[in-house]
Design a protein. Structure first.
Length: 113
């Protein structure tokens, strides 16, 4: 099983980034997929999740700014991040679970003020 996240980078406050996470080795369409993030010195927190049926949920801190989506034909989950703030700076991890729990390797997002 592999979850490969990419798309992070350095962006100015107010800018946008789109993260992608490609899965292999699982029946992706059946899995609940999440994005978590971990900022320096802080605990990992759930940012957004999407059910197998495509229903999203968001942390209050990103509602209205971030959009999670999935393409089951491509075994990929996305996180579109708009109106980025310096507080969004973190390593972002994708995660999938159903019968097992799997983590991607993380991708760094840095938002400069």
């Amino acid at each position: 099983v592999q979850l490969q996240a990419f798309g992070g980078g350095l962006v100015q406050a107010g800018g946008s980034l789109r993260l992608s996470c490609a899965a292999s080795g699982i029946t992706f369409s059946r899995y609940i997929m999440d994005w978590y993030r971990q900022a320096p010195g802080k605990q990992r927190e759930l940012v957004a999740s999407i059910t197998s049926g495509g229903n999203p949920n968001y942390a209050d801190s990103v509602k209205g700014r971030f959009t999670i989506s999935r393409d089951n034909a491509r075994d990929t989950v996305y996180l579109q991040m708009n109106s980025l703030k310096p507080d969004d700076t973190a390593v972002y991890y994708c995660h999938g679970y159903l019968s097992g729990s799997y983590w991607g390797q993380g991708t760094l997002v840095t938002v400069s003020s």
